[in-house]
Every structure is written in C-alpha cells, then in structure tokens.
Design a protein around this ligand. Structure first.
Ligand code: GRF
Length: 218
C-alpha cells in the first residue's frame, strides 16, 4: 500500500457497478485512492468477482442467524481496520450501519443514492420518482449518518425523466451519472477539499468567478 493514498473499504451487496467505477478511477489515477478491501454481506454478489479481478481482497461477511446489528458491525469493523481503511464507501450495500461503525469512522462513510435527496430516500428510489411524476431525478453522494439516506450532501447530478421512461430506463440513465459523481466525491475527500457548515458540505461545488471579480483580480 502506498502511504499517501487514501485507503478505501467498499461495502456492497450486489452487482457492483459503482465499485467498478471506483476501481477504474483509482487505476486511471483520477482518484487518488486505492480500494484496500471489498466487503459484501451477500456471498454471490458479483461485485466480489470484480474485486478479485482487480486484485483487491474480497471478503464476504454474511450475517449470522439472530445476530444483532452491533455484533455484525463489530465483525465488519475488524476487517476494515485490518485493511487500514480510511474511508468507507457504501455502494449498493443493503444493510443499515450501526452506531459503533458510524463512531469508528466519523465523517468518513459515504453512500450513493439513486435520487436527488431529500426526495425519495430508501428502496426503489427510481420507481418512486417515476410514480410521483418527477420530471427531473438523479443521484446523490452523501455522508452517512444514523438515518436512511439523510446525511449531508456532497455531490448531486440531475437527469431528465422522459414520458417514455420506466423504472429500468430511468435507473440506467441515473446509473451513468452515479459512476461519474462517486469517484469525484471520493477525490474531493482525498484532496481534503470538503468542509462542513451545519448540514452544508462546501468545497465540492465552487461557484463561477463573476466578471466583476475577474476584473478586480486582473
Ligand atoms: C445504485 O443504484 C446505488 O445508487 C444504490 O444501489 C445501486 C447499486 O448498484 N445505492 P451497483 O451495485 O453499484 O451496480
């Protein structure tokens, strides 16, 4: 492991296309980070295969029968710490994180969600946006807090919702943008550019330089 790189722990439960986007961005150098470990709660999640192909440790941690969330999270935490993870990235991870994990990584857990939060949190967000009649939807990268998709927003990208859309076509349009903004958000963390002001996360979206300022500076 290179010392100056941010070590990522990516948590998945499924196909892992966002994981792939992160792996690709790290390999291309557009993300100054490396995936140190990929963890899944689902044994046959295809994302585990993506990790192996990229030469990244792929660990499955299935929940035990009757296991409490805190106990499960303690096992996850052990794996994350063993791989010296600095930043945890949830990428289609279908479990809610417990207090202990949140406390171990304060402001160091990100999630990607397929809607423009705070609209349509939770499951099937693309279908919910469509059925609600939204004309614009998109995706959000946010810090994770105790709630479901409620944490401070880092980046968002919008896409149109067309009359012809069904949940699948809309999801596919959103997914393309997810693959752009997730690595970009990780890069913002890697560069230490983000700062908090209440719920607002600043530093990811600087405004245009106004012409009057440009004149003054020139
Ligand atoms: C994505 O739509 C993401 O926004 C949501 O779960 C899905 C995961 O897809 N949290 P993938 O496994 O990254 O392909």
């Amino acid at each position: 492991m290179l010392n100056d790189m941010l070590n990522l722990g990516v948590l998945i439960s499924g196909r892992g296309t966002n994981l792939q986007a992160i792996l690709d961005a790290c390999a291309a150098g557009t993300c100054a980070a490396q995936v140190a470990v990929v963890l899944s709660n689902v044994a046959d999640a295809y994302g585990l295969e993506r990790a192996r192909r990229a030469g990244v440790p792929a660990v499955c941690v299935p929940a035990r029968k009757g296991e409490r969330r805190e106990e499960y999270d303690a096992r996850l935490l052990e794996v994350l710490q063993a791989h010296e993870v600095d930043l945890v990235c949830l990428a289609g991870y279908m479990r809610i994180l417990g207090k202990r994990l949140l406390a171990a990584y304060p402001q160091r857990i990100l999630n990607i969600h397929p809607s423009l939060l705070p609209a349509f949190p939770g499951l099937e967000a693309q279908r919910a946006a469509l059925e609600h009649g939204a004309k614009v939807s998109g995706c959000t990268v946010h810090f994770v807090d105790e709630g479901v998709d409620t944490g401070p927003i880092i980046l968002q990208a919008a896409v149109p919702v067309y009359d012809e859309d069904d949940a699948e076509t809309l999801a596919a349009r959103i997914l393309e943008r997810e693959h752009e903004i997730y690595p970009r958000a990780i890069q913002l963390v890697a560069e230490n550019r983000l700062r908090r002001q209440g719920r607002r996360v600043l530093g990811g979206q600087p405004g245009p330089v106004s012409p009057s300022m440009a004149v003054k500076e020139g």
